[in-house]
Design a protein around this ligand. Structure first.
Ligand code: PQ2
Ligand code: NAD
Length: 227
C-alpha cells in the first residue's frame, strides 16, 4: 500500500519571537496537551485563561491560571490577544480557529495544523538563550529529538556567556556609538566559552574587550556629564 502524501503545515514558515508579557491568552481544553501549552504561555508572562469542562490537576490547581469550568462559547476567542485550542473535539478546535480568523486573533490548533495561524517549536532554554526547532509540523517527534540533542550541546555556561556578551556589547555601543564593529566572530572562540564555563568571567570580559577594541572603562549604566 502506498503511504499517504506528507507535507508541512505552512508553505513558507516565518519564525518569530513574541512578547506576551501581560497579554491575555486563551487555552481551550485542559488535558495533558493543553497543560504543556499553558506552561509555555505562563513562562512567557501571559495572563492565561482556560476554558474546559474538565481539567488535569496542573491546570485545575494552578493559582496563576483562571479556569472557566464549562465548554467553549462561540466567539469568545475575540477578547484575547492569542489562543490555543487543544480539546479532544475536532469540531470545537475548528470553531475556535474560525472565530480567531474572524476576530484577527492568532490561534494555534493542537490537532489541526492546517487551521493554525502559528505553530510552536521545541525549545532549549539556557538563561536568556533560546534555541528553537521547528519541523514545520512534519514530525513533532523529531523536533523533540533535536531539542534533546541540543540540550547536550548548550549548557548553562552558554546562558552565562550571553550575559557577558550583552554587557560588553553595551560597552561597545557606549564607546563607539554602535555595536557593529569588527571582531565579534574572532571574539566568540572556544577559549571565551571555556573561560565562562570555568567561572572566570573577568577574563572572559577582557578577552571580548581586547578583540573588540574597547577598554572596559565605559560603564554603560553611568551617564557622563559633559564639561
Ligand atoms: C514541539 C512541540 C511543542 C509544544 O507542543 O509545546 C509540538 N509538539 C510536541 C510534541 C509532540 N506532539 C505529538 C507527539 C507524538 C509524536 C509525533 O506525532 O511526532 C509529540 C511528541 C511527544 O509527545 O512525545 C503529536 C502531534 N503534534 C501535532 C499533531 C497534530 C498533527 O500533526 O496533525 C500531533 C498528532 C496528534 C494525534 O495524532 O493524536 C501538531 C503539532 N505539534 C507541534 C509542536 C506543532 C509542530 C511542531 C513541529 O514539528 O514543528 C504542531 C503542528 C502544532 C502545535 O502544537 O503547535 C512538542 C515537543 C516539545 C518538546 O518536548 O520539546
Ligand atoms: N499539538 C500537539 O503537540 C499534540 C500532541 C498530542 C496530541 N495532540 C492532540 O491534542 C488534543 C488534546 O489532547 P489531550 O491528550 O490533551 O486530550 P484529553 O482528551 O486528555 O483532553 C481534552 C480536553 O478537552 C476538553 N474539552 C472537550 N470538549 C470541550 C469543549 N467543548 N470546550 C472546551 N474544552 C473541551 C476536555 O474537558 C479536556 O480537558 C487531541 O486532539 C490530540 O490528538 C496534539
Amino acid at each position: 500500500m502506498r503511504a499517504p502524501p506528507v507535507s508541512g503545515v505552512f508553505e513558507a514558515p516565518y519564525p518569530v519571537v513574541l512578547d506576551l508579557v501581560g497579554k491575555r491568552a486563551l487555552v481551550v481544553g485542559a488535558g495533558p496537551v493543553a497543560a504543556r501549552k499553558v506552561a509555555g504561555l505562563l513562562r512567557a508572562g501571559a495572563h492565561v485563561t482556560v476554558v474546559a469542562p474538565d481539567a488535569v490537576s496542573e491546570i485545575a490547581e494552578d493559582p496563576d491560571v483562571r479556569w472557566h469550568e464549562r465548554p467553549y462559547r462561540r466567539g469568545e476567542v475575540a477578547s484575547y490577544a492569542i489562543a490555543i485550542t487543544a480539546t479532544s473535539d475536532p469540531a470545537v478546535n475548528r470553531q475556535v480557529a474560525r472565530d480567531g480568523n474572524a476576530a484577527n486573533v492568532w490561534v494555534n490548533s493542537a490537532d489541526d495544523p492546517a487551521n493554525c495561524a502559528f505553530i510552536l517549536p521545541s525549545v532549549v532554554q539556557r538563561g536568556q538563550l533560546q534555541v528553537s526547532v521547528s519541523t514545520n509540523g512534519r514530525s513533532p517527534a523529531m523536533a523533540q529529538w533535536a531539542r534533546r540533542r541540543l540540550e547536550q550541546l548548550f549548557t548553562d555556561a552558554h546562558g552565562a556567556a550571553l550575559d557577558v556578551l550583552a554587557e560588553v556589547r553595551a560597552e561597545v555601543q557606549q564607546a563607539r556609538g554602535t555595536s557593529e564593529v569588527d571582531g565579534w566572530t574572532d571574539a566568540l572562540d572556544d577559549h571565551f566559552f571555556d573561560l565562562v564555563a570555568a567561572g572566570e568571567l573577568d577574563a572572559a570580559r577582557d578577552q571580548l574587550r581586547r578583540a573588540l577594541g574597547v577598554d572596559g572603562e565605559h560603564d554603560p549604566t553611568h551617564q557622563e556629564v559633559p564639561s
